[in-house]
Design a protein around this ligand. Structure first.
Ligand code: NQM
Length: 357
């Protein structure tokens, strides 16, 4: 007998891909919901051969969307990171990439009305409680995915999706500097642990014997490096108040270095242990926030940055991510006024998905 189908959209959001579902189409109880999502994506299995997952953390993601009851928000977006080879589903992080498709999904499912020529949707990111604003083209009230905006890591072009963030500080930990220090030393490695939308451990590539410009494949093949990253982030997670993060998707680790390609900061990011082919949106915002703070690891890399500038051009293994982060590093403690990014998204499939029985 075939299990009942679940209505869902498969969408690329930024440099990630995942299933977008209405909360009302999923079981209310988290264990039953997570079990269903794992059966839809084909988890646990390194190839996710019997499901819709793409066999990497960046393509094993879910957005659960509903109308919001919170004043100041139109819809609620719960992000769930679904394991690939491990049977885990985590709600402990945001995803700024899947976020890029949430507004369009909400319009197409009738949760919010479309404007003309564009629509703005205020999205409560349930994982952290903060509200993001998304703006995308809807000429004549119809979502337009095609456009001429290119983002690194995605072939071709698509319609621009503007994302603006506020109140991202302490998304998972409650504090911008969750260890209480701007710099800590873990196993002899200086780190800055930060949380401005994503808990991230920032370390210098040099302290790992790297240039920070290695291709993704070289990092992915370096088992010693990955084991060291894992040890570091497990200890950092405990220091950041996240408890035992052994099976959790946060904190991420970002290694920083001098830029080489006209950007402002070179990065190599691990999510949480596998290397990222690019860098996450909120991960980038957090890493850029960290290096702006005097005393932080990587602050020496920012000496040529404009003191009051908000635009940060971040180099990553497949190109650049340009973000905006407005930080007041002189405040005590340092404050973040706002941040933002331009992404694109594309609907790939809309229909019924059938979970493994
Ligand atoms: O940091 C990857 C991604 C992400 C998360 C990850 C993200 C973000 O590239 O906002 O988008 O850090 O696991 O999609």
């Amino acid at each position: 007998m075939t299990a009942a189908g679940v209505p869902c959209v498969l969408m690329r959001g930024g440099t990630s891909k995942g299933l977008y579902l209405l909360a009302e189409d999923l079981p209310d109880a988290a264990p039953a919901r997570d079990d269903l999502l794992m059966r839809l994506l084909g988890t646990p299995d390194a190839r996710q051969i019997d499901g819709l997952g793409g066999a990497t953390p960046l393509t094993s993601k879910v957005a659960v969307v509903s109308r919001s009851a919170q004043p100041g928000a139109d819809i609620d977006y719960l992000f769930l990171q679904v394991g690939v080879d491990e049977a885990v589903v985590s709600d402990r992080q945001n995803c700024g990439n899947l976020l890029a498709g949430v507004g369009q999904f909400a319009v197409e499912r009738g949760l919010v009305p479309a404007g003309d020529p564009e629509t703005e949707v205020r999205i409560r990111m349930v994982n952290s409680g903060s509200v993001a604003l998304t703006r995308f083209p809807t000429p004549a009230g119809v979502v337009q995915y095609a456009g001429d905006t290119a983002i690194a890591g995605v072939p071709g072009t698509a319609a621009p999706v503007v994302l603006e963030f506020a109140d991202t500080v302490g998304s998972a930990t409650g504090r911008l500097l969750p260890t209480g220090s701007v710099q800590d030393v873990i196993d002899g490695t200086p780190v800055t642990c930060v949380d401005n939308g994503m808990p991230v451990v920032v370390a210098s590539a040099e302290s790992f014997g790297l240039s920070g410009h290695e291709p993704h494949s070289e990092l992915a093949a370096n088992q010693q490096l990955l084991a060291r990253i894992d040890r570091l982030r497990i200890q950092a997670g405990a220091l950041m108040g996240l408890g035992d993060v052994t099976t959790q998707s946060v904190p991420k680790t970002t290694l920083v270095a001098e830029p080489r390609d006209g950007g402002m900061l070179a990065t190599r990011t691990f999510i949480p242990v596998r290397p990222h082919t690019a860098i996450g949106v909120l991960g980038a915002i957090s890493a850029a926030t960290a290096v702006r703070l005097p005393g932080a690891v990587g602050h020496d890399l920012t000496t040529s940055w404009p003191a009051d500038g908000v635009r940060v051009d971040i180099e990553h293994p497949t190109g650049h991510l340009v973000i905006e982060v407005d930080v007041d590093p002189a405040a005590e403690p340092p404050t973040v006024r706002r941040s933002g990014v331009v992404r694109t998204a594309r609907k790939l499939f809309d229909g019924m998905a059938f979970p493994r029985g």
